[in-house]
Structure formats: C-alpha cells, structure tokens
Design a protein around this ligand. Structure first.
Ligand SMILES: [Zn+2]
Length: 526
C-alpha cells in the first residue's frame, strides 16, 4: 500500500531521456516505484492524464534567505514547480554572523534580501539552518556560505588584502560551515566585501572547501566590459584550487558586449576539456536585478553602510564624478544608462510611488535634473533598502546561453516591492516560452536543466531524478498550457499549467492551488 500513486502521466525522469508513459508511487518521503503500476494500492491517487510528471524543480540561486521567514509557504517558488531552493548567494549568506555585525549586515543586504522585522537569533551557519527547520517551510532549503559573510566576520568591511592569519581564519570558517551543512561557498565579485577578495584569497579558501565536496558559485567580477577577464579569473580559480566552478546567472551585459557569449561559452568548453569543472546557470530574461546600491563604486562601501549613507548625503559630487569617469568596476549606470535602471522595491511607504519607475523618470518626478541625484537621495532616504531591475541583455545571448549543455535554470529572485518577474516565472517561462513557443530547447532537456543538472552541482544526491529511492519531490505540469504570467509591469502572477507539486511526499500544490502544507526542510551536506 503506497501513500500516493501519480498515474497516467508522461514521465520525464530528469536525465534528459525521452518521456514515457508510467506511474509514480510514493511511500512516505521517498519515491517507491516508477513504471506501470495499475494494480498498486494507494491511499491517494492523482490523475496526471495529459500532464508530464517530473522531479521537483531545483532553484540553485534564491534570495529567500530572510523572506522565507515572512512567507514560509514559499508561494513564488512552489507555484512554479520548485521543491528545493538554494540560498546564501553572491557572497552574502546571513550566517555565520556575530551579534555586533548584525545591524550593519541587515542594512547592507536590505536592497537584495529585504529587511523584514524578524529576529536574527542565529549566529552559526547551523543555527541559521535550525531556524529554518523550526519555521517549517513548504519547500526544501539548502544554502551556501558566503565568502563575503566570512570575510566580514574576520576583517569587517575593509577593502584591504587579507594577511596570512586572516586567510587561515577564513579557511577555518568555511570548513566549519561545510561541516554544518553548506553546499559550498559563494562569491559576489561585484559586491563588497566579497569583491575585495583577490584571486589568491579565494583559491586559498576553495582548496579547503573542495575537500568537503563543496563547490564555488560565483557572480563574476564583471558581466559587462570585463566579462572575458572575469571568466578567465574564475577558470583560474578552478585550475589552481581544483574546486568545481558554478558561474551563476551567466550573461553579456551592455550593448557593446552583446554577442560575447559566443566567446564565453567557448571558454567554458575549453576549460572543461582541460579538466576544469566549470558550469553555468541562467535566468531566462533580458533584464538583471540586484540592490540599487551596486551603482555606487565599491571603494565607498569599505567603511560600512552608515558611512556610505553619510557620503551619499555629504560627499556626493565625488561619487558622481567616479560614476561618470571611472571604468575599473562594474559601473551599472554608465554602462546601461539611468533610463534602463528601474527601481523595483523600496523599504518605506512614502517612496512606494517610485516602484516600477526608471531612475530618469524618478528624477523628473522629483524635479531633479541629474538622475544620479535621484538615485542617491533614494538610497539615503531608504537607508539603502532599494532594489533595481536593469535592462541590459540581448535575447540572442539569452537563447545561445540557454542551449549550452552545462546551463541550469535559476530564479535569482528578489522578493520585495515590484520584483523582477523571474521570481514568479523563470521555470514556467522556459517550459512555455522557450520550449513550446520558440523551440529553443527540447522539453526533456529543459527539465534536465531544472532537476538533475542543479542537483549534481549542489550535490543534492537524493534529488533531481524520478527513480525509486529518491526523495518524493515531484512536479506535474501541463506542457500545452504552462507559461509565465509575471511581467515587469505586473510581476506578482502565478503561472498556469503547474498542476501538482509534491514535497517530501506531501501535496503542496493541488490542481494549481497551494494547499498550505509545509513539509519542507533544510538539506544539509552531512
Ligand atoms: Zn543573486
């Protein structure tokens, strides 16, 4: 007697193999049988006729670190078929952290992770995972430990090089987090303080992390004018440390760099031929999204968020000049234009009117001649709690990257305000728009990029495949109707066609509606 049998569906195993007709039997939290199971007895039968049945989707890049405490039902994720999401991205996990650093780190991350009024009671990495387990979530959560977070703990926000002792301390902290369940380490080489790390510093830490089967997940030092050098740097990190490299949200940013994905994909192929394990991740859109304070050069962040806010008010002309003149950093405003930077979220009520407006429009609304002033006023007024969406990519690069064998699909979803639609629509958009409407990928290949490919990268050994003994995380979707409804203007839209979602053997989405159950848990590496 099984708990659930999902019958009459077309099964896509996650391997990339073609679909076949069959049933899937679940017992407790595991997949018990896959095949023709007409006689099987079950407490519950789910009719998947006309649907595809696949392993639950895995979102390798999530910014739900804090919002999961506000919405443990994780609706944005499970309603698009995601059963496991991975946080601690871009060098910025919320643990381990010391009490004295909490206030500043909250402020620093607020434009990305939000600043919900929750108690940061955790200190160690394990404490944080325990807090999520106590919360009880609808999907499963895994996490990297951020190299920026580790550096903050050892050195604060300073932008100087680390000495030997400090590198040793960071290596120990990384190992500790790995032993407590991290899937690997993440870097955001445009985000302070992760950005202040040299290649040598990262290599020294990654050499240790590799020994614990961890990976190095990285937001490149540049995805625009410095894209090729950025790729060379992380490939070199892989060459020297032996760690697997996951290049996250791969893109070619800024009009003059469009088309350069041809070169970067060649670099990945060459590196792999050489024996360096480099893979890619992608969200399926031509706009990026991050915190607005990334438009301020990194050297203004080195004394912490309060000094930065102070400089935004009192030393503004110098900052404006650096944004205009200096090209030795990921200069969002000058590379893409203020008119292509849209404010997606603000912390306070009084500035909500600016959500969904680009910075040039906001300047006009405020009667300011220079959009830079509008951006800086907003950052100062909001104590940095501002998110942005940046229109910066070419569709030809997006589709070219998507077809690369190593690419897996992510949301990279920010959750506040009027967010980038990717947080609601990434997975259905690939299945509906890129597979069905445009034929960029085959269906089974797309599902592989959402299941076994991310599971392999994250070392989620019991996830990502429809096979007996694997975790009972299942997504049932209708290939004829699945599509993203979330748009830039109206992003908070669930996607039709995601019919059933099962997490750890329990039904979380039933006939396209969230059931409210919360069977998720943290997935720890040991
Ligand atoms: Zn991210």
């Amino acid at each position: 007697m099984y708990d659930i049998v999902i019958e009459n569906g077309r099964l896509i195993t996650g391997t990339g193999n073609p679909w076949f007709y069959g049933d899937v039997a679940l017992a407790g939290e595991e997949i018990a049988q896959v095949g023709r199971l007409a006689d099987a007895e079950a407490a519950r039968r789910i009719d998947a006729a006309g649907c595809y049945v696949s392993p639950g989707f895995i979102d390798g890049h999530s910014h739900s670190d804090l919002f999961i405490f506000v919405d443990p039902k994780a609706e944005q994720k499970v309603m698009q078929g995601v059963t496991t999401e991975n946080v601690g991205m871009d060098g910025m996990s919320v643990a381990p952290i010391e009490e004295k650093d909490v206030a500043n780190w909250r402020t620093h991350l607020s434009g990305l992770a939000g600043n919900p009024s929750i108690d940061w009671k955790w200190r160690s990495f394990a404490d944080y995972l325990d807090a999520i387990d106590q919360l009880r979530t609808s999907d499963n959560i895994s996490s990297y430990v951020g190299l920026g977070t580790i550096r903050l703990k050892v050195m604060g926000m300073t932008d100087r090089d680390a000495n030997a002792q400090e590198i040793e301390a960071m290596r120990s902290l990384a190992v500790e987090a790995m032993q407590e369940g991290a899937r690997g380490v993440s870097s955001g080489l445009i985000y302070p303080p992760s950005q202040y790390q040299t290649l040598e510093e990262v290599v020294a830490i990654c050499e240790m992390v590799r020994n614990y089967d961890g990976v190095y997940d990285v937001h490149l030092r540049s995805e625009g004018d410095g894209l090729i050098a950025g790729m060379e740097e992380v490939i070199e990190i892989g060459r020297r440390s032996g760690i697997p490299i996951v290049v996250t949200h791969h893109k070619a940013m800024g009009r003059r760099n469009w088309g350069r994905s041809e070169e970067t994909l060649r670099m990945v192929d060459d590196a792999r031929r050489e024996g360096i394990d480099v893979t890619l991740e992608q969200y399926p859109y031509t706009a990026a999204s991050t915190m607005l304070h990334a438009v301020i050069p990194p050297w203004y962040h080195a004394q912490g968020p309060h000094k930065l806010v102070d400089d935004l008010k009192n030393d503004r002309e110098k900052i404006k000049k650096d944004i205009r003149d200096r090209t030795d950093w990921e200069n969002w405003a000058s590379n893409n234009g203020w008119e292509n930077i849209v404010v997606s979220s603000v912390g306070s009520e009084k500035n909500k009117q600016y959500e969904g407006k680009n910075v040039s429009e906001i300047a006009a609304m405020r009667g300011q001649a220079d959009p830079a002033d509008a951006a800086m006023d907003l950052l100062a007024e909001e104590d940095l709690n501002v998110g942005m969406v940046i229109f910066c990519m070419d569709e030809a690069d997006v589709t070219r990257i998507m077809t690369h064998q190593t690419v897996s699909i992510i949301t990279d979803g920010l959750l506040g305000g009027k967010p980038h639609p990717r947080v609601y629509g990434s997975f259905p958009r690939v299945l509906g728009h890129y597979v069905r409407e445009k034929g960029v990928l085959g269906l089974e290949e797309a599902v592989r990029k959402m299941t076994s490919a991310p599971a392999q990268k994250l070392r989620l050994k019991s996830k990502g495949l429809l096979a007996s003994g694997m975790d009972a995380d299942i997504t049932v979707f209708r290939a004829a109707t699945v599509i993203d409804r979330a748009t830039y203007d109206d992003p908070r839209q669930f996607s039709p066609g995601i019919e059933w979602v099962v997490v750890n053997g329990q039904v979380v989405v039933e006939d396209g509606r969230h059931t409210g159950v919360r069977p998720g848990r943290t997935v720890r590496s040991r």
